[in-house]
Design a protein around this ligand. Structure first.
Ligand code: NAI
Ligand code: MG
Length: 365
């Protein structure tokens, strides 16, 4: 099969880390493991400079036609003055909205060679590999009413509303269960049914979907506050962790701190299944890092790890994904470090040397 990828490098270090992904894709094609048809387009500030908008209609159409979008990063001081609706970030928001990306997947992987960079003790995080599945388009960030009103006595009153429908809960839970089947077959669902009606419905709906369609997958319910504690106490007990927008925002930041550098964290955003494929965008968690852009200093592992997620979750190329992740692990184990993950006073390699080293490890397998 041929897999259609739209590569949107974006701004700052985006094009540098995207370049390393292209090297990896070229290797997979050369090795005869899979064929990729890759198109490249502009997004963010680069698109503003060329077309006056952060994402052209043509790029949006290409995104819809692709099996997966690989996104670098957008933004930078050059576009700080542009009006809100036309900011570089609006390009990403448009992609999320028009592709209907309701599920955000944030893995927390702790490479053994980097365990000392974690906020936790080595034995707690070494080999850690969990994925947080966060609901992205519902919940308290979007629910109505959402307002601040002035009361008769002069006080103000602020209201945010947490809303979830069974349909919204079912589709995010289905993403988590499907994901677990491609991993260690275990889901933990975090909510607060003890104090929230949305928590009651969340737990009920996940339980029912599990019984009806996913009884082969392990399921555990956990209160979100306890979950935060468990993530710090013993994160390796989890495989896939599914939760709502607000709790997911917090729990994924907790999980990120278990792993070390921002330059190491990949992510995926998934949408509805259309014509047999699930809409998907893969991107590093980090931004465009203007402070180091154009200097061959960026760590490409978050971006290359995002490609590994695309191989696994969009294309079903599980073996290729395993190969790529193990190439990253072995590259780090050999001591190769970009500046952000190198110990002070030790030698660091550049962006392209890190990409080359990973391709060499792929070749050596
Ligand atoms: P940032 O993630 O770009 O950078 C934060 C710090 O981490 C910087 O010191 C940077 O040098 C370092 N860093 C980030 N990625 C790295 C990598 N791959 N290798 C080595 N070091 C790395 O976040 P910041 O500085 O808050 O934002 C910079 C720009 O990026 C802003 O315009 C912001 O709006 C945009 N941004 C874009 C995102 C996206 O495209 N999804 C996400 C976050 C920020
Ligand atoms: Mg956050």
């Amino acid at each position: 099969a041929t897999y259609k990828i739209l590569l949107l490098p974006g701004d700052g270090i985006g094009p540098e880390v995207a370049g390393e992904v292209s090297k990896v894709l070229a290797w997979f094609t050369r090795a005869g493991i899979a064929r990729f048809e890759t198109e490249t387009d502009l997004v963010g500030g680069a698109a503003i400079d060329a077309h006056g908008v952060p994402l052209s209609e043509a790029a949006m159409d290409r995104a819809k036609a692709a099996d997966a979008v690989l996104f670098g990063a957008v933004g930078g001081p050059k576009w700080a003055g542009v009006p809100y609706a036309k900011r570089p970030e609006a390009g990403l928001l448009r992609l999320r909205k028009d592709l209907g990306l309701f599920a955000n997947l944030r893995p927390a992987i702790c490479y053994p060679a980097l365990a000392e960079a974690s906020a936790l003790k080595r034995e707690l995080v070494e080999g850690l590999d969990i994925v947080i599945v966060r609901e992205l388009t519902g919940g308290v960030y979007f629910g109505e009413p959402k307002e601040i009103v002035t009361l008769e006595d002069g006080q103000k009153r602020a209201v945010d509303t947490q809303v979830y429908t069974t349909g919204e809960i079912e589709r995010i839970a289905a993403v988590a269960f499907d994901l677990a089947r491609k991993r260690r077959n275990k889901v933990a669902s975090a909510e607060k049914h003890n104090v929230m009606k949305t928590g009651v419905l969340w737990k009920e709906t996940v339980t029912r979907l599990h019984a009806e369609q996913y009884s082969d997958v392990g399921l555990e319910h956990v209160l979100a506050d306890n979950c935060a504690m468990q993530l710090v106490r013993n994160p390796k007990q989890y495989d896939v962790l599914v939760t709502d927008n607000l709790f997911g925002d917090i729990l994924s930041d907790v999980a990120a701190m278990l792993t070390g550098s921002l330059g190491m964290l990949p992510s995926a955003s998934l949408g509805a299944v259309e014509n047999g494929t699930r809409r998907a965008l893969y991107e590093p968690v980090h931004g465009s890092a203007p402070d180091i852009a154009g200097q061959n200093l960026a760590n490409p592992i978050a971006m290359i790890g995002s490609l590994a997620m695309a191989l696994r979750y969009s294309f079903g190329l599980v073996e290729a994904a395993d190969q790529l992740e193990s190439a990253i692990t072995r590259t780090l184990a050999s001591g190769t470090r970009t500046r952000d993950i190198a110990s002070p006073g030790t030698n660091a390699v550049g962006t392209s040397e890190m990409g080359d080293a990973i391709v060499r490890e792929l070749q050596a397998q």
